[in-house]
Design a protein around this ligand. Structure first.
Ligand code: SF4
Length: 388
């Protein structure tokens, strides 16, 4: 393989405070200038080592990045200077002219000056972690920001020139009624965001919420959850948004290009602790350990990747089903056969169609509204019915 075009993800594992529901790898730590510089040095080292790794492993001569995404953690805790330096390094050593450069930001970390600087150095998309437009919601979720911080952050984003931005929400928190959710969505729409994400609050192992709520009756009943999903989809639909992925909604032309790379099984590289990469049939992960990450790169001069998997056709077929069914577009049965040499049991497909959980059209299947609520269970059923 001579050339590869991939997405580039940077994980920023720092947060001001750990939220009680969050299972992303992040440390609640004060980011000093020293730590920021050390992290920058490690990231650059990782990039250089990755370049030689890919050259050797896949004989790649030219590596170009078509998207850049800083996620976390809290990427907006780092200074614009950090990213400027990183972008200069990328331009010098790779083909780096991505169409989309996203930074995730928490409202309490933005100032007008900082937001402007993010825009000026090249970010053209910002994903703001609003989480809720209800003060009760923010309190329940243990967030550091309040409504005032959100309004200010939105003002900074609009004043800085960002035409493309996403507002990210968590719904299904204890006590969130249908009326509150609807009000929150309408508030968000006042800002005309080109993109919105709505993630259902789930209990994840290892979190504070898991300790508090595990074994207890889940805080929101299934039929109420269904209503919340309906409110989100219907309110956004009449306002021109397409639910292009289970949790993501966009106006025409504003789907997140970087995330589509994952869902469409295109190659991506991830930097930083806990980041995942996949090129061709190889997938690798960096451990969730900042100290190990520094040690490996800065002392031993070697990549921190630990878990390396060689995906076979069956695993790719499963991944295609899992990721593809998250998308409104769904999956092509023809592609499943042609590219991965696998088919799905007609009997199972018929049952799912009868149950109104999937729709089938021109050798393509996709989840219905009800099917989307059962994505994981349907995927498992389909995986079991794969044959070649
Ligand atoms: S700010 Fe975001 S990444 Fe950090 S702990 Fe909270 S939810 Fe997790």
């Amino acid at each position: 393989m001579e050339k590869i075009s991939s997405g580039l993800y940077l994980h920023v594992p720092f947060c001001l405070k750990k939220c009680p529901y969050c299972d992303f790898y992040s440390l609640s730590i004060k980011v000093s200038k020293y730590l920021e510089n050390k992290y920058l040095k490690a990231i650059k080292r990782e990039l250089s080592l990755l370049k030689s790794f890919l050259e050797k492993k896949f004989e790649i001569k030219s590596l170009s990045f078509i998207t850049f995404y800083a996620g976390g953690g809290t990427p907006s805790l780092l200074s614009p200077h950090f990213y400027e330096d990183l972008f200069n390094f990328l331009v010098k050593n790779f083909k780096f002219s991505p169409k989309e450069l996203t930074i995730e930001a928490n409202p309490e970390t933005l100032t007008l000056e900082k937001t402007k600087a993010f825009y000026e150095i090249g970010f053209n998309r910002i994903s703001l972690g609003v989480q809720s437009f209800s003060q009760r919601g923010l309190k329940f979720l243990g967030r550091l920001h309040n409504l005032r911080d959100i309004f200010k952050a939105l003002e900074f984003i609009l004043k800085s020139g960002f035409k493309n931005f996403s507002l990210d929400f968590i719904f299904g928190w204890k006590g969130q009624g249908e009326k509150t959710l609807k009000k929150e969505i309408l508030k968000a729409l006042e800002y005309k965001p080109p993109h919105l994400s709505f993630y259902e609050l789930t209990l994840e192992k290892g979190t504070v919420f898991y300790q508090i709520f595990k074994g207890k009756k889940y805080w929101i009943k299934e039929e109420r959850l269904l209503n919340l999903y309906k409110i989100i989809e219907e309110t956004l639909k009449i306002n021109g948004y397409e639910r292009y992925e289970i949790s993501n909604y966009a106006l025409a032309g504003f789907k997140c290009k970087h995330n589509l790379i994952y869902w469409e099984l295109k190659p991506y590289l991830g930097l930083g602790p806990s980041a995942v990469s996949r090129v061709e049939n190889l997938r690798w992960k960096n451990p969730k350990d900042l100290n190990y990450y520094f040690e490996s790169l800065l002392k031993e001069n070697k990549l921190p990747l630990k878990i390396v998997e060689n995906l076979d056709n069956c695993e790719f077929a499963k991944e295609y089903i899992f990721m593809g069914l998250r998308l409104q577009e769904g999956i092509s049965l023809k592609k499943l056969k042609k590219k991965y040499n696998y088919s799905l049991s007609e009997e199972i497909l018929d049952t799912l169609i009868k149950e109104k959980l999937i729709e089938r059209k021109n050798k393509k299947i996709r989840l219905t509204f009800e099917g989307k609520l059962l994505h994981n269970q349907i995927v498992l059923l389909l995986w079991r019915s794969l044959y070649n």
